[in-house]
Write a protein that binds this ligand. Sequence first.
Ligand code: HXC
Length: 283
Amino acid sequence: MFTNDTLNNEVILITGGGSGLGLSMAKKFAELGADIAICGRTEKKLIKATETLKEYGTDVRWYTVDVREYEKVGEMVRQIVKDFGKMTGLVNNAAGNFLSASEDLSPGGFKAIVDIVLHGSFNCTHHFGNYLIDNKQEGNILNIVTTYAEDAGSAFVLPSACSKAGVLAMTRSLAFEWGTYGIRVNAIAPGPFPTEGAWTRLFPNKKFEKKYLEKIPAGRYGEHEELANLASFLMSDMAPYITGETVTIDGGEKLSGGQFNFIDSIMSRGKLKTAFKMLKKMK
Ligand code: HXC
């Protein structure tokens, strides 16, 4: 069970923490006692988010930094250590995504997403990891990927699928390589959790949304609190032996490709059961 000191003594940087899922995780971490650093590109958003986060009573600071800029990320990590006295955790949450037929992508469009998602995660992880190793300090890294980062990939979001697959490979590679330093590296693969950033870009209309919902056995989207709870668990001392793991949180959506899953969409479950009974009698 979480208590309000579960994340006491933690100083966690959440990239893209000014809004969406990043802010939801930051709120939960602060509620559980962590000091919080958030970064992003839009100062106004960060200031507003910081005001909200301060209500939980822990130390909260914001840094206007684009994760694509390696040197600036380094300066930020050093500044966080100066401001808080240490840094113990990193959540690579900042992301970019848009829908496009892959043949219509411009090299610049592909690069923009790879730069934010893959290079951005590397930049933060590399600076934070070096800080931990140099200071012989243990720490935690959590990467927010997607359910399409492995196995199937996904049509129409090619740059995101390629980048998130890279972040997943980074998660597993570093979990092993840095395990010896006491650095844990895990990932969460969220299914659909409504946020303004993702929804305006990826769910253009209601029909689209309705079709999407049909794929989710749970019959609903995820609640931010559900993801924030999982992130808190992975970032806490409750999970000291978990590393290199990717936890999917998607109401079962990822499983929608099962070979006979489509049968459910042909008729109601009641009619389906009757049909199965008739098939049994035919033996
Ligand atoms: C095609 C596009 C495009 C679009 C941008 N580009 N939007 N191409 N379709 N809709 C191209 C541009 O033409 C340009 O290429 C290049 O991308 C960079 O565009 P800029 O606008 O100059 O870049 P920038 O300001 O850096 O913006 C980055 C961005 C933007 C990613 C493109 O959308 C953004 O800032 N997004 C941040 C928030 C976000 O995306 N949130 C959703 C994450 S959801 P050229 O070649 O013309 O120069 C997520 C979860 C997925 O990841 C799972 C959900 C279920």
